[in-house]
Design a protein around this ligand. Sequence first.
Ligand SMILES: Nc1nc2c(c(=O)[nH]1)N[C@H]1C(S)=C(S)[C@@H](COP(=O)(O)O)O[C@H]1N2
Ligand SMILES: [Mo]
Length: 425
Amino acid sequence: MPSVSTRRDVLGMLGGVGALLAFKPALAVVSPQAQSPLAAFTGPGPNPFWNGVGPYVTYPQKLPLLRLTDRPIQLETPRQYFRSAFTPNEAFYVRYHLPDIPNAVDLATWRLTLEGNFDRPLQLSFDQLVKEFKPVQIAAVNQCSGNSRSYFQPRVPGGQWGNGAMGNAMWTGVRLKDLLRRAGIKAGTVQIQFEGLDHGPGPADKGSGRFLKSWNIDESILNEAVVAYLMNGEPLPMLNGFPVRMVMPGKFATYWTKHLSFIRALTKPDTNFWMYPAYQVPDTPNGSTTPADLKAGKVKMAPIGHVNMPVRSFIATPDGSVPLVRGMRTSIRGVAFSGQGKIVRVDVSVDGGKTWKPATLGADHGAYSFREYSFNWTPSAAGNQTIAVRAHDAKGHVQPDSGVWNPGGYLWNKIEQQDVVVLSA
Ligand SMILES: Nc1nc2c(c(=O)[nH]1)N[C@H]1C(S)=C(S)[C@@H](COP(=O)(O)O)O[C@H]1N2
Ligand SMILES: [Mo]
């Protein structure tokens, strides 16, 4: 325990009691539910809260995560985990649509069924999947379409996620195309459908009690997709889809079917609720529109699978919870990714986006992975400062200064900012 006089010395070093009192920590970093007022939490502003408002809860196989809803279970990953490129399985976010989820799967009886318009319908055991097909590995970001929905202005309905409905993992499994080849797709197949083991009432009266997702047979993602049985080298946590899940590199996670148990060759397009009207985006260049155009019926919609995830970057630290000190070096760090091309540059601004300098990029784990960046900054002036981060991908995409708008609350990729307090030393 430091003595009172030592404490005074420390305060003096940091520029005096006045400077310390002027520092207000970001509420989300402290227990958010203990703070008030909550009403401002998801509101507009240059520097919104990073994570959702939910309380920390601990579910089986998970560290404390932020609960968005209980049934279905939806948990957000806290900001601190985005300091490194790979998100620990125990901290990986969770999203379900239906309340009845499997709590256990018996691998002795579990089968992956390929049925419908195939030459040779299959029932594959876990053992067969692992032993009879060539294993592949890919690092890929799993991001919910509605990640960051709480920042939308005007507000849209749906889970009010902060930025933590995403994670990156090294996935190991077998190529979907190897399974499809073994089963033999028959002529007349128009789509391939995926289903897991969860069920239960969805939104009322919409025939939504099964979570079904489908791709047109000519989509190139079917050649890239992996049926994954390991996540960061370990069996998948139950809540992330044990025993196997779809990995669709570059695509939003709504297509990454968990507890994958049925792959179907369809001869008619899938029109179930989760394909339409759910998960549709405006068929415009950035998937953006306006409430007025939407109301006027001017907006053509398309499944979100038609686009890849736009380029994004995040400041993991500093997070505003502790003050910085003038003349003392700090490291601005976080991750960037794009579903449209690998990250080739990350810029950092320490003047609220007026001027930018390139950050140092971390290891390249492949085009679909998070890529770490870091930027050393020695603040030269005391006071409130705003840092910002902006990523570029190999296709020339760069994050915009303004947010998109669409009724689903999808595709958010506005430049992120963080206010920090710099004390005079
Ligand atoms: N079986 C099943 N798979 C699913 C879903 C679901 O509700 N059921 N939700 C999808 C959506 S919308 C998201 S965002 C991701 C979330 O993956 P995670 O829970 O592993 O983070 O799972 C996808 N796969
Ligand atoms: Mo999602």
